[in-house]
Ligand binder design. Structure first.
Ligand SMILES: N[C@@H](CCC(=O)N[C@@H](CS)C(=O)NCC(=O)O)C(=O)O
Length: 231
């Protein structure tokens, strides 16, 4: 039975923008595993109710159901231990865990402010009211107040990315010579933006741009061929 992955989609079935799902999709490719990527919308809670919660990604592998991107990566690592490693042992897992929280707390909020209005435009009509209401409650302001797609936010993002830029000016990937799950976590942030927004987050001479290019080309251009903007 093929692996199934419930993957957030927008108005069009091929608009797949969830950064958490992108981490998992790159991890599956890394392991050489194919999955059926099932389009799922924010309001289709009943379709993933069997997982006991309401967020994607949800992975179904035979009789096993796993949710949460980090838990899915750990599941793939142990279940498919004979395939290329996502973590390269405990020390790699610890590094990836740092990238997960750094990315969520220092990078994601800035990218979100930059792409939010474009992302909203790409949502399925049936999701728009839910998304607006849930996010406005979370931010305690309107989407339009929260969004700041301007030079100031771009500059703040460049500053926040500086440690990653330092690493990538010295080596090809955060994992060294080869990508690992930490690379996919960080890459997923840029793929999130690329799939819904024409905004240029990275200059072409930035080592991060070149690193992202390598990952866009990985696995026969899997991420590059996804629906989105060629930025
Ligand atoms: N910690 C979770 C977060 C997953 C998450 O927030 N998924 C979003 C899509 S990017 C979602 O399903 N949201 C549904 C909702 O807000 O109702 C993970 O890493 O998988």
């Amino acid at each position: 039975m093929p692996i199934k992955l419930y993957d957030l989609a927008g108005a069009e079935d091929d608009c797949r923008f969830s950064p958490f799902c992108w981490q998992v999709k790159m991890a599956l490719k890394h392991k050489g595993l194919n999955a059926e990527e099932i389009p799922w919308r924010f309001t289709e809670k009943e379709a993933i109710a069997f997982s006991g919660q309401g967020l994607v990604p949800v992975l179904v592998d035979g009789d096993k159901t796993v949710n949460d991107s980090w838990e899915i990566a750990r599941y793939l690592e142990t279940t498919y231990a004979d395939r290329p490693s996502l973590f390269n042992a405990k020390v790699g897992e610890s590094g990836a865990l740092f990238i997960k929280f750094w990315s969520a707390q220092a990078i994601s909020p800035l990218i979100f402010r930059l792409i939010l209005l474009d992302l909203f435009e790409n949502l399925h009509e049936k999701d728009k009211a839910y998304f607006r209401q849930s996010r406005e409650k979370r931010f305690a302001m309107t989407l339009e107040e929260f969004a700041t797609p301007n030079d100031e936010t771009i500059t703040a993002l460049q500053t926040a990315l500086s440690p990653m830029r330092e690493v990538l000016s010295r080596q090809l990937y955060l994992g060294g010579d080869q990508p690992y799950f930490g690379d996919y976590i960080a890459f997923a942030q840029f793929q999130w933006a690329r799939t819904v927004s024409p905004i240029q987050l990275l200059a072409k001479d930035d080592p991060i741009y070149n690193w992202r290019d390598r990952l866009l080309d990985a696995f026969d251009g899997y991420a590059r061929n996804a629906s989105g903007y060629a930025v």
